[in-house]
Design a protein around this ligand. Structure first.
Ligand code: MTE
Length: 337
């Protein structure tokens, strides 16, 4: 993106969960058995047991999240045969420009952001607009665990277990009008707690904005996430509410959302404003359409280092072609990058 040349992750080899160990743990903890076990365990023990991820910082979940967690549908979607990225990497190698441009800045600076109370506004072309405290906003939704690949436009990738719910469920609640064609998302503006918003880094016209076509948002893979690795979202990953659209480059997955608007016109997004020839509205992961400054045919799966670069071929739509390719039939993906 603006943006640094890629550099090896800081992660040590010893931080990596060997795939064999990870796979055998998963075999032990089948989804149904694990879900049944939840009720009988203390809150965080339950999360750790069920989600089985190593070295996860337990966090300090707000009450509404802790109350919802036992009802979670674990492993509702998963990625077969690919190791989940260690929690440490997923939470210390981040893009969240509101907190700085280095990969370590969000972990270093986001901790002080107050995420409770949090208000979400739903407005625009909807029958039921509203302004909700997050706990009320979340009431209708059951959490699901979705284990997805995350592919950044910078050509690194991870596998992350998210906790969230389909955007289609939200759209059902708020009743888009017949004029609604796109959905626009906006991140919090809080220069006091977001140093990137008060620095001389003026390239971004805050707030960070992203958008989807309505039919993309309705796709069952598109979710709003409130947690990851069996716990609430860490601030650097977009607490308390972020978008996750796994077939698109990571910059579409806007963090710390405060406003969701149904609109008639295609919204102008943050990265389109900065460099329209490099970052399009669609941003579908596509190994055959290179970024003007680098190839998109391959990616570094994190953690990666000088002696184990962990490079792999990028998959069309990040491996989700069966689920999403039909959304784009007839669309020239070279022009609509
Ligand atoms: N959302 C906001 N508000 N600000 C950002 O800078 N960065 C995006 C996206 N969402 C960003 C954002 C980019 S470029 C990526 S790759 C992903 O967040 C990274 O998510 P992660 O840090 O949880 O891996």
């Amino acid at each position: 993106m603006l943006i640094k040349l890629s550099r090896p992750s800081d992660c040590k080899e010893s931080d990596i969960t060997p795939e064999s160990l990870y796979l055998s743990r998963r075999a032990l903890l089948g989804g149904t058995a694990a879900a049944l076990a939840v009720g009988s365990l203390p809150r965080w023990a339950a999360a750790a047991e069920v989600s089985q991820y190593a070295d996860v910082d337990a966090g300090a979940a707000p009450n509404w999240f802790a109350e919802k967690l036992p009802g979670t549908q674990w492993q509702a979607v998963t990625v077969k045969g690919e190791a989940i990225t260690p929690f440490k990497d997923a939470t210390h190698y981040n893009n969240f420009y509101e907190f700085g441009t280095d990969k370590g800045d969000p972990a270093a600076n986001a901790g002080a952001l107050p995420t409770s109370p949090w208000t979400v506004v739903v407005d625009g072309e909807v029958g039921k607009p509203g302004r909700y405290a997050l706990e009320d906003f979340m009431k209708p939704y059951q959490l699901q665990e979705r284990i997805y690949r995350l592919r950044c436009v910078e050509a690194w990738s991870m596998v992350i277990p998210w906790l969230g719910f389909p955007i289609s469920a939200l759209l059902k609640q708020v009743e888009p009008t017949s004029k609604a064609r796109y959905i626009r998302f906006e991140t919090l503006q809080d220069p006091k707690h977001m140093p990137g918003q008060r620095s001389g880094f003026a390239l971004i016209d805050w707030p960070y904005v992203e958008g989807l076509r309505l039919d993309e948002a309705m796709n069952p893979l598109a979710i709003l996430a409130v947690g990851m690795y069996g716990r609430e979202l860490p601030n650097q990953n977009g607490a308390p509410l972020r978008l996750v659209v796994p077939w698109k480059y990571g910059f579409k997955s806007i963090k710390s959302i405060v406003r969701i608007s149904l609109v008639e016109q295609q919204p102008r997004t943050t990265w389109q404003n900065i460099a329209p020839e490099e970052y399009g509205f669609y941003a579908n992961v596509n190994p055959t359409v290179d970024h003007p400054r680098w190839t998109q045919a391959r990616e570094r799966r994190l953690p990666s280092g000088l002696f184990s670069p962990n490079v792999r071929d990028t998959q069309m739509f990040n491996g989700y072609a069966d689920e999403v390719a039909s959304l784009y039939s007839g669309l020239d993906l070279r022009k609509n990058y």
